[in-house]
Ligand binder design. Structure first.
Ligand SMILES: [Zn+2]
Ligand SMILES: [Zn+2]
Length: 103
């Protein structure tokens, strides 16, 4: 007996709700009120799920922040991080002032 960590499989007689493949075993007990998919389709689902990496779609990456040592040109608040690389020839505003300037 070398099953070790093998998942328990349930014998079923179903068809995949997506591709129609016959499913003879499932790693869970089918409840009957959910569609059941074959292992191929399950894998495909997992790879296309949005926001879970994998490259498909555009996962919301955190905006890159630049470390700076500046003061807000409007209110004088110290600014230590900016969401863009400051060029130096433009006044830089803190988040609050930026927001109020945009309206
Ligand atoms: Zn399938
Ligand atoms: Zn400011």
């Amino acid at each position: 007996m070398a099953f070790g960590a093998t998942r328990q499989m349930y014998d079923v007689d179903l068809t995949c709700s997506k591709c129609g493949n016959h499913i003879s075993q499932l790693p869970f007990q089918p409840s009957g009120d959910r569609p059941v998919y074959c292992s191929d389709c399950n894998r495909a689902f997992r790879q296309t799920r949005p926001g879970m990496g994998g490259g498909a779609g555009a996962p919301r990456a955190p905006r890159q922040m630049f470390d700076v040592n500046m003061t807000c040109a409007s209110c004088g608040t110290a600014i230590t991080q900016l969401p863009f690389d400051p060029k130096g020839d433009k006044p830089v505003y803190c988040r609050d002032c930026m927001k109020s300037r945009r309206g």
